[in-house]
Design a protein around this ligand. Structure first.
Ligand code: NAP
Length: 532
C-alpha cells in the first residue's frame, strides 16, 4: 500500500475521521539485519500506528539490492521511505558510493514511495536520472549535522541549497546543544515553501520531534522500541501517540511543560497530557530539559508557549525570569509555576508547592487526632523540622510558618539554613545536629532534599534512630513513592506522608491555572498511580 495511491481528498477525509488535527506523518525507521527482520519490524510499526517506515538499507547484512528491494517494497504493509545512509553522513554503509546511488535509483523504480538522497550527492543523483522517475515517488534531499544547530541565517541558506537541487521534500537534521536550538528548527518549518522535515537530534531536541505537527513538519520519526533508535533523541511511536497525543497537535495547540535538569524521570507529562485530553483541552505538556531559563524564555516568547511547571534546579532562576511574581512565591524566593498572561504576554510566577504539601500533612495529622477540618491547623504550635533549604524547603518552611508551626531548618549548606530560618522566624541547625535533635516528642519532619530519590533509593537524609522522635514524617520525593525515610519512619511508629500527595495536590492547582477547567482529580490520581 502506498500513501500516494490514496487520492489526497480521501487521505484528508481519513485524517478527519480519525480525529487528527494535523497531517504530519509518523515514520518509523526499520533497521533489521535481514529482509525478514525488516518485514517483521514494519509489521510492528504498522500495529503501533506508524504511517510509513524508513527502510534503512545500510543496516542489512548480505544485501542483494535487486532481490531484497523487490521483496521489501512489495511486501511492506506500509508506504516506504528508502534510505541507504553512508558512514560519511552518519549511517552504516561503507562501500562504494556509485553502487549506493545505483541502489537508490533501483528503489525509485521498484515501488518506493520516498527515496532519501544526501545533499552532498543530490546533484549527481538528479543528473543521473535525467529528470525521469515514477511520478508517485518523492525525493527527499537530506542534510545531517551531528555537531550543532547553525544560526537561522545558515539554516535558511541550507534549506535554499536543498530546494535548489530539485528536492520534492527538504530534510534537515541538526544537533541540539540547548533546547533553544529547537526554536530555529521551528522557524525553518514555519517559513518553508516546500514540504519539510526539520528535526534537532539528542535529548535537548526532543521537543522539535514532538512539536513537528504544530509547525507543519512533513513527518516526524518514532522508534518501534523505546531506546532502539536510528538517531539520538528519537522518542518511541508509543510515546508520541499515547503520551503526547501526536495526532491531536495542531497549529493552535498551546505548549506547556516542566522545566528542569534532569527531566527525563518526570511523571508530569503523563499526568497533564492525560488530564488535558480528558477535558478536550487543546494543549500539550512536554518535558523541557533546560540549561538556562533565560535562554529558554527568550527563545520561546510566542503567545503559544503558555505555561510551565518548574523543578530542580530552576525554581529560583525561574523567579528571576518572571515579569511579575505573586507575593508568596516572592517571599519563598522560588516559583513552581509560570503562566503567560494572555492579555499582555507577561510571564507571571507562582509557588504552589507549599499548598500541596501542607494540605497533605494537615490532613494526616487531623486523621490521627480525630480533629475536624474546621478547627485550626493541627500544625499550629508544633515543632516542624524541615530538612533542605532549596525550592521545596522554602515552600515547606513558609507553609509551616503560615500555619503557626515553630519551624526548624536543617540543611547541608548551613548558611542557607540560617538564611531561611531567619526569614520564617525559626531556628537553623546543621545536619549533624539534626541526628541528636530532640527538644520534645511529637515533632513533625519534612524532607525536602533529593536524598533517597531514584536511582539512589538506598540513601536517607536522617538515620532511623532519630526518627522515633517524630509523630509524622513527610518526604517531598515522589519517585519512589515509599522512600527509605518513609519506610523507616513507619517502622518507628510515625505517620508517613508521601511526596505523591504534595505532587497531586499541587497538580490540581496547576492544572486549573493552565486550563481554566476544574482538575479531573480521580484521573490525575489514577494516572500517577499507574506511572510510579
Ligand atoms: P533544590 O532547590 O535543588 O534543593 C535541593 C536541596 O537538597 C538543597 O537544600 C540541597 O542542599 C539538598 N541536597 C541535595 N543533595 C544533597 C545531599 N546529597 N545531601 C544533603 N542535602 C542535599 O531542589 P527542590 O526543588 O527543593 O527539590 C528537592 C526535592 O523535593 C526533590 O527530590 C524533588 O523531586 C522534590 N519535590 C517534590 C515535589 C512534590 O510535589 N512532591 C515538589 C517539589 C520538589 P544544599 O543547599 O546544601 O545544596
Amino acid at each position: 500500500m502506498t500513501l500516494s495511491s490514496i487520492p489526497l481528498a480521501t487521505a484528508d477525509l481519513q485524517i478527519a475521521a480519525g480525529g487528527r488535527r494535523n497531517s504530519t506523518l509518523l515514520c518509523s525507521p526499520v533497521m533489521g539485519e535481514s529482509v525478514d527482520q525488516m518485514l517483521s519490524q514494519i509489521r510492528k510499526a504498522k500495529e503501533q500506528g506508524a504511517d510509513l517506515v524508513e527502510v534503512r538499507l545500510d543496516f542489512l547484512k548480505n544485501f542483494s539490492p535487486k532481490q531484497d528491494l523487490e521483496i521489501l517494497l512489495k511486501q511492506s504493509p506500509l508506504p516506504t521511505l528508502v534510505t541507504y545512509r553512508p558512514k560519511w553522513e552518519g549511517g552504516q554503509y561503507e562501500g562504494d558510493d556509485s553502487r549506493r546511488l545505483d541502489t537508490l535509483r533501483l528503489a525509485l523504480e521498484s515501488g518506493a514511495d520516498y527515496v532519501d538522497v544526501e545533499l552532498q550527492v543530490a546533484h549527481e543523483f538528479f543528473s543521473s536520472i535525467h529528470g525521469k522517475k515514477p511520478e508517485k515517488v518523492k525525493i527527499i534531499v537530506s542534510s545531517h549535522n551531528y555537531e550543532n544547530t547553525p544560526s537561522s541565517e545558515e539554516l535558511g541558506n541550507l534549506v535554499a541549497r536543498i530546494q535548489a537541487t530539485g528536492a520534492d521534500i527538504v530534510k534537515i537534521a541538526t544537533t541540539a546543544l540547548d533546547i533553544s536550538d529547537c526554536a530555529r528548527i521551528f522557524q525553518v518549518l514555519a517559513h518553508s515553501q516546500v514540504p519539510t522535515i526539520a528535526i534537532a537530534m539528542e535529548e535537548r531536541g526532543l521537543i522539535s520531534r514532538i512539536l513537528a505537527p504544530k509547525f507543519g513538519g512533513f513527518l516526524t520519526f518514532g522508534a518501534i522500541e523505546a531506546g532502539v533508535v536510528s538517531a539520538p533523541g528519537q522518542p518511541s511511536i508509543k510515546d508520541l501517540l499515547d503520551l503526547y497525543n501526536l495526532r491531536q497537535i495542531g497549529p493552535d495547540t498551546k505548549v506547556h511543560g516542566v522545566i528542569g535538569k534532569p527531566i527525563g524521570h518526570s511523571k508530569s507529562p503523563h499526568l497533564y497530557n492525560a488530564a488535558f485530553k480528558s477535558v478536550n483541552f487543546n494543549g500539550i505538556y512536554l518535558p523541557l530539559l533546560v540549561d538556562s531559563v533565560a535562554n529558554f524564555v527568550n527563545a520561546y516568547s510566542s503567545p503559544d508557549f503558555v505555561g510551565y511547571s518548574y523543578t530542580i534546579p530552576h525554581k529560583e532562576d525561574g523567579l528571576r525570569c518572571c515579569d511579575e511574581v505573586d507575593p508568596i512565591a516572592k517571599a519563598i524566593g522560588a516559583i513552581s509555576q509560570m503562566i503567560r498572561r494572555p492579555t499582555d504576554g507577561k510571564l507571571i510566577g507562582y509557588n504552589v508547592d507549599y499548598l500541596g504539601a501542607i494540605a497533605a500533612i494537615e490532613e494526616a495529622l487531623r486523621a490521627s487526632n480525630g480533629a475536624s477540618p474546621t478547627t485550626g491547623s493541627p500544625l499550629a504550635g508544633k515543632l516542624f523540622v524541615v530538612i533542605g533549604a532549596g525550592g521545596a524547603g522554602k515552600a515547606l518552611a513558609y507553609g509551616g510558618m503560615e500555619k503557626g508551626a515553630r519551624v526548624v531548618v536543617a540543611n547541608r549548606t548551613y548558611e542557607k539554613a540560617k538564611e531561611l530560618a531567619s526569614k520564617v522566624g525559626g531556628q537553623a541547625i546543621t545536619l549533624a545536629e539534626l541526628e541528636d535533635f530532640h527538644p520534645e516528642d511529637g515533632m513533625v519532619l519534612a524532607n525536602t532534599t533529593s536524598v533517597g530519590m531514584k536511582p539512589n533509593v538506598d540513601l536517607t537524609p536522617l538515620s532511623k534512630n532519630a526518627l522515633s522522635r517524630y509523630c509524622l514524617v513527610f518526604d517531598a520525593i515522589y519517585t519512589p513513592k515509599l522512600t527509605r525515610l518513609l519506610r523507616e519512619a513507619q517502622e518507628c511508629g510515625a505517620i508517613p506522608v508521601y511526596g505523591t500527595e504534595m505532587f497531586i495536590n499541587q497538580a490540581f492547582v496547576q492544572f486549573e491555572r493552565f486550563t481554566g477547567y476544574p482538575a479531573p482529580k480521580q484521573l490525575i490520581r489514577d494516572t500517577l498511580a499507574k506511572n510510579t
